[in-house]
Structures are given as C-alpha cells and as structure tokens.
Design a protein around this ligand. Sequence first.
Ligand SMILES: Nc1nc2c(ncn2[C@@H]2O[C@H](COP(=O)(O)OP(=O)(O)OP(=O)(O)O)[C@@H](O)[C@H]2O)c(=O)[nH]1
Ligand SMILES: *[C@@H]1O[C@H](CO)[C@@H](O)[C@H](O)[C@H]1NC(C)=O
Ligand SMILES: *[C@@H]1O[C@H](CO)[C@@H](O)[C@H](O)[C@H]1NC(C)=O
Ligand SMILES: CC(=O)N[C@H]1CO[C@H](CO)[C@@H](O)[C@@H]1O
Ligand SMILES: [Mg+2]
Length: 451
Amino acid sequence: YLLSVKVIENMAVQSNLHTVRKWLQHLDNDLFVQFLPQGQGVRPLSLAGHVGFDSLPDQLVNKSICQGFCFNILCIGETGIGKSTLMDTLFNTNFENLESSHFEPQVKLHAQTYDLQESNVRLRLTVVNTVGFGDQMNKQESYQPVVDYIDRQFESYLQEELKIKRSLHNYHDSRVHACLYFISPSGHSLKSLDLVTMKKLDSKVNIIPVIAKADTISKSELHKFKIKIMSELVSNGVQIYQFPLDDETVAKVNTTMNGHLPFAVVGSTEEVSVGNKMVKARQYPWGVVQVENESHCDFVKLREMLICVNMEDLREQTHTRHYELYRRCKLEEMGFKDTDPECKPVSLQQTYEAKRQEFLVELQKREDEMRQMFVQRVKEKESELKEAERDLQGRFEQLKRLHADEKAALEEKKRLLDEDQSSFGKRRAAAQLLQAQSLTANGKKDKDRKK
Ligand SMILES: Nc1nc2c(ncn2[C@@H]2O[C@H](COP(=O)(O)OP(=O)(O)OP(=O)(O)O)[C@@H](O)[C@H]2O)c(=O)[nH]1
Ligand SMILES: *[C@@H]1O[C@H](CO)[C@@H](O)[C@H](O)[C@H]1NC(C)=O
Ligand SMILES: *[C@@H]1O[C@H](CO)[C@@H](O)[C@H](O)[C@H]1NC(C)=O
Ligand SMILES: CC(=O)N[C@H]1CO[C@H](CO)[C@@H](O)[C@@H]1O
Ligand SMILES: [Mg+2]
C-alpha cells in the first residue's frame, strides 16, 4: 500500500485524476500483487477495522479542486473561418475577439488566458489563435510560427524542470493540450497547406480536425467529404488525436465518436427561439441551423469529447507523449544518454563528468595549439626582424661606400684645384716679371730717344 500511495502521490503532482481513477479501479484486483517485489518479505494483511486511507481518492479530488486546472487550446485556421465564434460557442462565453485583416505579412499567434469557473471547479483556459494563417502569397513557411510557438512552450517547461529550485506546482503550464484544426468546407479535399501543417505538428500536439462552417455543405456532400479527408490524412501519414479506447468508462462512446471524425461544426452565439425555447442557432431565410442539435451538426459531439470526456486524456497525452518526445530529443541533443554504447546505464553524474573531461581535453588541445602558434609566430617575427636588420646593414654599407667614393672624388677635385691655383700663381708671377722687364726696357728707349 505504501508503494501504491507513493505512486498515487506522484500522479497527484501531475493532477492526473483520470489515471488515478484508473489506478484505483485496479487496486482492488491484481495489479497490487504485481507491484510487490517478490521474496522481499512484503505480504498482504487484512485489516481488523476501519483505518481511513480509503479516503485517499477523495483527498486527491479535494486537493485538485483546490489547485484548479489548466487547459490550453490552439486554433489553427484561415482568417474568418469561424475560430473565435466556435470558441465562444464551446465555452458559452464571450472571449475577447479581434478581427484580423487579410493583409498580414506573416503568420502570427495570439494567446490569451482566461480564468473560468463552473460550480466549484476553476479552469485556467488559454486560447491561442493563428493570425493571418493562409493569407500570404507564399504559404511555404506558414506552419513555422506555429511549430515555433509549440516548441517554445515545451522549452520553458523543460527549463523549469531542469532548474535546481523548481516550482512546478505553481508553474503556469502553457503547453498546448489540444489543437483544433479548422478545415474549410470546400467539399473537395484538403489543401496542401492543411496537410503540410498537420504533418509538421502531429508529433508535437494532439490534432483534432474540424470542418468549419458545416452549415454551408449539404448532408450527402459532407459524408463524402469526411471520408475523403480521413483517407487523405491516412495516405499522408498524418496522426490525428484518437479518442482513447483502453478505458472502459470512456470506451462506451468511443466507436461512434472516432467514426464521426472529423467533426463538422457550426458556431453561433446568437439565440433563436425554436418551439418555446431559446437555442443557439444560425437563422437563414429558409430555416434555422441549431448548433446544439445533433441532427444538424457535430458541435455537441465535439464539446462532449473535447471537454466532458477527454480533457484529462488530452492533458496526459501532451505530458507523456508529446512533451516526453521533445524532452528526449532535447536532452539527447545536449549529449545526455541513459545508456553507454555497451548498454550499461549512465547516470547524469557520469555524463557530466565525461562532458567535463571532454571539455578539459578540448581546452588543453586548444591551449597547446595556441602555444605552438605563438612560438611559430615569434620565430617568424624574429626572422623577419633579422632580415630587416641585414637589409639595413647592407644599405648602410652601401651608403658608406658611396660616401667614401664621393669624398675621394672631392679630394681629387680639390687637389686639381690646388694645382691649378699654384700654376696660376706661377703664371701670374711670370707675367708680372715680364711686365716689369718690359717697363724698364721702354724707359731706356725713351731716355735714348731724348738723348
Ligand atoms: N455560415 C457560418 N458562418 C460562421 C460560422 N462560424 C462563424 N461564422 C461567421 O464567420 C465570420 C467570421 O467568424 P470569426 O469567428 O470572427 O472568424 P475567425 O476565424 O475568428 O476570424 P479571425 O480571428 O479574424 O481570423 C463571422 O461573420 C461569423 O458569423 C459557421 O459555423 N457557419
Ligand atoms: C473533500 O471535500 C468535501 C466537501 O468539500 C468534504 O466533505 C470531504 O470531507 C473532503 N474529503 C477529504 C478527504 O478531505
Ligand atoms: C433537432 O433537429 C431535428 C430536425 O430538424 C428536429 O426534428 C428535432 O426536433 C430537433 N431537436 C431538438 C431538441 O430541437
Ligand atoms: C473500436 C473500439 O475499440 N471500440 C470499443 C469501444 O468500447 C467498447 C466498450 O464500451 C468496446 O467493446 C469496443 O471494442
Ligand atoms: Mg478570431
């Protein structure tokens, strides 16, 4: 019982009431025995009187009611296909509805959270709408913003989970639990945008396709259209959400419901009087379409299956299938593994140590490389400098030689000049002597003439 209580506690942390209920049903039977490790001295005992732990389920229910629930719906569909109207009709209220234009350059997502209360159960509901889906000329990347949004919600949950001081009990879980995909009531077949988008999303979210504005398609056409859609989904390998069949409480409605997929829905918040009652309906000149009449459309089936029966299963599937897949891929991407190549279990500690070692080796390698590079660069610089020095020396020698040559040439010139000067001096002296001699000679002649 202690083991079982532990399991139930763990389940309670995830508010998996549905699972807990299943569990408790099994407890009376034989699962209890399977749970006990054999041969470890644990044996069942019968109680002599009332103890009180049979109130555990009630305690769980009360605790869950106290905590409240949360549910997140993503509506994907073309602008004006009736997303907001259907949400208003489903939850019987008036959500804030902004009409979007047909001229958005990109697909965007708009999320809004509301606190709802029905009797004493509180529900924190987030409605996410696509804005501008299917309005671009090039629709190739239209699914990307949707994929990114879903991944972002998974990522923030994973980050919370990986924290040392985590507070998952009061964490606002924004992971998308159900995705209503609005198919336009063409009566022909799915568009490639629909197929591509659903294919990209089917491993990330529970897809529930619905045929929007089903009042615009005739009964016989609708039947063929549904068959066509399902066969196209199958042939393209698109996994849509199937209502669970393993649980007896839910299985009663299963067969018929899975056969009615995709639900053809009509949305309206307008009240029309039919007979002596006011009912939600769309009024046309030729008649009235009653939203909540099962012979007019599948709206009631959708509400029943989405909200009354399978809300908990959708939450559970999101956590145990889609989130688990995301988490696994993300952690493997980061290098964490459960087993080593020889299939021996590896703990987180070991992985951390291995990663650390790997990092240190890498660091050492990088350091060595850098050191070698440094030495190499120093050597290169040194030889460069030497080269430059040799160059300079050469230039210096050459200049010295030039200078010496010039000096020698100048000295030669000077010597020649000196020689010139001395020969000039001699010639001048000779000339003066000659002049003097001629003067004295002339004077003698004059005297002789006078005489
Ligand atoms: N015939 C028919 N018309 C509907 C139905 N549901 C909604 N409409 C009409 O379609 C128009 C657009 O509805 P909305 O609910 O605003 O569509 P939406 O998808 O929220 O539009 P955006 O948020 O602007 O992308 C309104 O005039 C609605 O009255 C339906 O089931 N059948
Ligand atoms: C659960 O709540 C109900 C009503 O609020 C109360 O009567 C009941 O005793 C509670 N049960 C437990 C086990 O706390
Ligand atoms: C549902 O629609 C059918 C066909 O229009 C009608 O006969 C029937 O009375 C309606 N049911 C209710 C509850 O109004
Ligand atoms: C298709 C399918 O598995 N249907 C099941 C629905 O639930 C009932 C029990 O209520 C089963 O008998 C069906 O086999
Ligand atoms: Mg809208």
